[in-house]
Design a protein around this ligand. Structure first.
Ligand SMILES: O=C(O)C1=C[C@@H](OP(=O)(O)O)[C@@H](O)[C@H](O)C1
Ligand SMILES: C=C(OP(=O)(O)O)C(=O)O
Length: 431
């Protein structure tokens, strides 16, 4: 019997304040750059989600000391040149970010190591990263299929390249930049559409220089990183679930404190505003090169809209829950340019449409997105998570507006990015 969780509230109203856990993308990068650097890095606000724990586990196997001091994570590294060849396989678990960024980092490191992932990650494409790394001279081999994990990286000398990105992906951009940090010469990466820039900001913070001109980022190889202190803001991709809940559950009003407001991540706020959601944003503050602030979301009447183009990378992980929101908006919401959703933890276009239809939603899939007609009253049902944390959380949030209970199959995957999700849900929904 697989595990199941039931979400059922009598006329819920979401009120109060919420501080969501640390940003997943920034937490990964803090451990990675802290491990490449020489010296001590203290990370506060680190996300204790399973994906980030996979990243920590990898670096411990490479001989980096990573300990806990209270709620802080302390990385103490001899620097990348002193890493040890691991005696075990490096396991990226469910985390695409870990796998792809590590392929870039390990390519120019002094060690040889094999990396694997769980059943979902083992089906996600890696050639988008091993392709450009190969152009830099990386030596990455596979026993079976060279697009999938497991892959063996034989660390070697790398040469700089000028790379034109064929996909909108911060993971690909980051892998090339992190390999470029160790390559001979100046590497450049040109994006089609701007994606999250946490790697660039954090490289600066660890003492590396990068230059940016339009959509091209340049990094000179051979720069040394020094340990530093990193403060991780709340993850806007986690907050997005409760932002959507507050927007569509009658009489709700929720303030999200210390939530990350990096402009390459705030597409969700732009969409909420365009759909008619009443939203207040506090004066932003900045730490560690990353902005944060408080965002208040109030229940509102919703209009449909078109979501596509340059907006997509700024809200890519929020699309499952935005599709749910669109079922409650008046009119036709059209999502385009989101074909990347098909290569996430699951095919998020098919999975979202299949599950929302079980609740009665009017939703159709297209090769690169979805078309959703609303508003539609939703009923209860049993929904699958597909082992995908974002699908599991979307199902739980749907349970706040359905006429009957929502049962979620395999909800434990939610701990990948938001371990205390159900606690926060019941605290907010019970007033
Ligand atoms: O760089 C990152 O931290 C991430 C980039 C995005 O993936 P892609 O680079 O594949 O778009 C995103 O979906 C993922 O959750 C985290
Ligand atoms: C796609 C995601 O992450 P990753 O690619 O790191 O597995 C996600 O968190 O939604």
């Amino acid at each position: 019997m697989s595990e199941q969780k039931t979400v059922s509230f009598e006329r819920p109203v979401l009120r109060g304040t919420l501080q969501v856990p640390g940003d997943k993308s920034i937490s990964h990068r803090a451990v990675m750059l802290g491990s490449i650097a020489t010296g001590k890095t203290t990370i506060s606000g680190f996300l204790d989600g399973e994906d980030c724990l996979s990243t920590i586990d990898m670096f411990r196997k490479l001989g980096v000391s990573i300990t806990r001091e209270g709620t802080d994570v302390v990385v103490d590294s001899p620097g990348i040149s002193a890493w040890q060849t691991p005696t075990e396989t490096l396991d990226a678990g469910n985390s695409g970010t870990t796998a792809r960024l590590m392929l870039g980092i390990l390519s120019g490191s002094p060690v040889t190591s094999t990396m694997c992932g769980d059943q979902y990650l083992s089906k996600r494409p890696m050639k988008r990263v091993t392709g450009p790394l190969g152009l830099m001279g990386a030596n990455i081999t596979s026993d079976e299929h060279d697009d999938y994990l497991p892959l063996t990286v034989h660390g070697t000398k790398l040469a700089a390249i000028d790379y034109q990105m064929p996909v909108a992906s911060a993971q690909v951009k980051s892998a090339v930049l992190l390999a470029g940090l160790q390559a001979e010469g100046e590497t450049s990466v040109t994006e089609m559409v701007v994606s999250r820039d946490h790697t660039e900001r954090m490289l600066n913070q660890f003492g590396a220089e990068l230059t940016q001109e339009g959509k091209t980022i340049r990094i000179q190889g051979g720069q040394q990183l020094s340990g530093t202190d990193v403060v991780v803001p709340g993850d806007i991709s986690s907050a997005a679930f409760f932002m959507v809940a507050a927007a569509m559950v009658e009489d709700s009003e929720v303030s999200f404190e210390k939530v990350g407001l990096n402009p390459t991540r705030t597409g969700i706020l732009d969409v909420l505003k365009a759909m008619g959601v009443r939203l207040e944003q506090s004066q932003e503050q900045g730490f560690s090169g990353e902005r944060y602030g408080t965002v208040k979301i109030m229940y509102s009447k919703l209009n449909a809209m078109e979501i596509g183009g340059e907006l997509i990378p700024r809200l890519i992980d929020e699309l499952p829950v935005l599709a749910l929101l669109a079922t409650q908006a008046k009119g036709r919401t059209i999502i385009t340019d989101a074909e990347e959703l098909r290569v996430k933890e699951t095919d998020r276009i098919e999975a979202v449409a299949t599950e929302l239809r079980k609740l009665g939603a009017d939703i159709e899939t297209t090769p690169d997105g979805m078309i959703i007609n609303g508003p539609t009253p939703l009923t209860g049902a049993t929904l699958q998570s597909y082992g995908d944390h974002r699908l599991g959380m979307m199902a739980a949030i749907a349970g706040l507006i359905t006429s009957g209970p929502v049962h979620i199959e395999n909800p434990s995957c939610i701990a990948i990015s938001y371990p205390q999700f159900f606690e926060d849900l019941s605290n907010l929904a019970n007033g």
